[in-house]
Design a protein around this ligand. Sequence first.
Ligand code: VTB
Length: 342
Amino acid sequence: MSAAAGRYRETMSATSQRPDRNLAMELVRVTESAALASARWVGRGQKESADGAAVEAMRTILQTIAMNGTVVIGEGEKDDAPMLYNGEHVGDGSDPEVDVAVDPIDGTTLTAHGKTNALSVIAVGERGSMLDPGPSYYMDKVAVGPEGVGAIDITASPTQNLRWVARAKRESVRDLTVVILDRPRHADLIDEVRSTGARIRLITDGDVYGGIATAWPDAGVDILFGIGGTPEAVITAAALKSMGGEMQCRFSPQSAEESSAMTAAGFDLDRILTHDDLIEGDNCFFAATGITDGQLLRGVRFDRNGARTQSLVMRSRSGTVRMIDAHHRVSKLQEFSVVDYS
Ligand code: VTB
């Protein structure tokens, strides 16, 4: 061994910081595949077909990833979901042992209607690190990008949060844009935010996009407020941990059944959960591919040679965020791939 190689080895073992694997670099193939398979259904009004294509493609490619994964957030319970159900084992079975959260399409209706910001997403964390939502469907959420870290408090009013975030960004409240799911349950929230002078981007679906957008300067939003899906909160946490943003959430059951199931399962409905409670530790991975065009990513484009995708790939330990443009030669893929991209 050369002296230089010896020194390198010593340094590495002294700090235990051997360069290790960035699983997100492989996971992006999973979201690319789901996006490609579902993109043929964009605007065709059949959200189940779009979702079915994405789920099947995602599951097929997941089996090729070198990991021993358990689906913590999937398509639902086994009896309703034939694939990617909660508890299903995914990956090729080799190390590392990981928890997996999938949303083959965040925005099936967006996809069926050809509207913006439909994404295929996956998040992976160390085994045991991911919040199992149990019977929880809904959470109240506040999310910001790096400049808003430390400036939010879900127990304070939206008005107060906007003042704090504006101050942290050295802007005025009327310079801020808030992303909110367009739902009747948010009528008061929307009124209050409007009364502050801040602008609102109302979205019909896809609050994973909304949460990530707060940390993506080009997306043009500063903060996410409101009640959305619990699975989406966990997935968003993986991205915000990587991008250096912050999210605070609280369980927000939207029916008596959800509420009593949560209490029976031992969940504390008053607890405030941050992104670090949704996915513990500092080694989680995130990948997303655009299905339809959006403010974060371009959607799938088909051409005579195949298709182009655009994806985000992130890892929390390093905080590296990559944007990956890919061209897929569909005719070549058809020769050997078990996924039908035609
Ligand atoms: C959000 C949104 C999803 O569900 O989480 C939302 O991001 C919450 O549920 O795309 P409701 O639709 O019942 O309000 C979706 O819209 C669909 O899963």
